[in-house]
Design a protein around this ligand. Structure first.
Ligand code: NDP
Length: 240
């Protein structure tokens, strides 16, 4: 059993999830890492890590992963519901299957993730839920129609969870990044959308490194339990 409590992360195989896993590992926390690309999580070579092949659409798989992590390191104290996809496209051209994936992964997947730890945190009267939204969960952008819908969902659910869970001393934090340098664009198949996104990103001088999001999550998690940074909004300075 490690000295520090268990940190669980979905979407830990790349981008912000990977950077957050590295930041917490450097700070000495044991980890439960979940995603589908197991080899990418293993290649991180982080100490005290339970790694599980989890698709967040599979509620049972998340529950099994949490049970495995908790059997080794004790209760999950922070759950980062981070896994998500961004199939950005002109809504009139977009195949409906891309909406299905975004809605299933970014909304139901987040609920499945929360569900796996919620009652344990309530019973212990302790825990932190970190909910990955986006600046696109606060305002709309061109070609982000359903993506924005899923991220507005995360904001609404998080607000409700925060109000409900405060009586149990469980913290709920929303992360709302702007453009961060990750593999998230791999979900964009619409060439015109991709070109416009890249031009916009270049105009703002590029995105921010994922480690900056990770460092903020670590710093705010380590504040006293009775202190909650309700939302982190981190964007390139020039982003609108
Ligand atoms: P990446 O594409 O690098 O990471 C996405 C992660 O989600 C991967 O680890 C991927 O793992 C995982 N994932 C995707 N689908 C599933 C699934 N069905 N089950 C389990 N895991 C899944 O991009 P980011 O790091 O940028 O994305 C992380 C989150 O940040 C997303 O929710 C995204 O919407 C959000 N975000 C990103 C911004 C950005 O500019 N980069 C800005 C605002 C928000 P695998 O494929 O191995 O399963």
């Amino acid at each position: 059993m490690a000295d520090k409590p268990l940190i669980a992360i979905t979407g830990a195989s790349s981008g912000i999830g990977e950077a957050t896993a590295r930041a917490f590992a450097d700070a000495g926390y044991p980890l439960l890492l979940m995603a589908r690309r197991v080899e990418r999580m293993e290649a991180l070579n982080l100490p005290n890590a339970v790694i599980r092949d989890v698709d967040v659409r599979d509620r049972a798989a998340i529950a099994e992963a949490v049970a495995a992590g908790e059997a080794r390191f004790g209760p999950v104290d922070l759950m980062f519901a981070n896994a998500g996809v961004a199939h950005l496209a002109d809504i009139a051209r977009q195949p409906p299957e891309e909406w299905d994936a975004m809605i299933d992964i970014n909304t139901k997947g987040v609920m499945n993730t929360v569900h796996a730890v919620l009652n344990g945190m309530i019973a212990r009267r302790r825990g932190t839920l970190v909910m990955m939204s986006s600046i696109a969960g606060r305002k709309v952008y061109p070609d982000h129609t359903v993506y924005c819908g899923t991220k507005f969902f995360v904001h609404a659910v998080s607000e409700s969870l925060r109000e409900h869970l405060s009586q149990y001393d469980v913290r709920v934090q929303v992360i709302s990044p702007g453009v961060i340098e990750t593999e998230v664009l791999s979900g964009v198949k619409d060439e015109a959308t991709l070109a416009a996104y890249r031009a916009n990103k270049a105009a703002m001088g590029g995105g921010i490194g994922a480690e900056h999001v990770a460092n903020l999550i670590l710093a705010t998690y380590e504040m006293p339990q009775n202190a909650l940074v309700q939302e982190i909004v981190l964007t390139p300075t020039r982003q609108r």
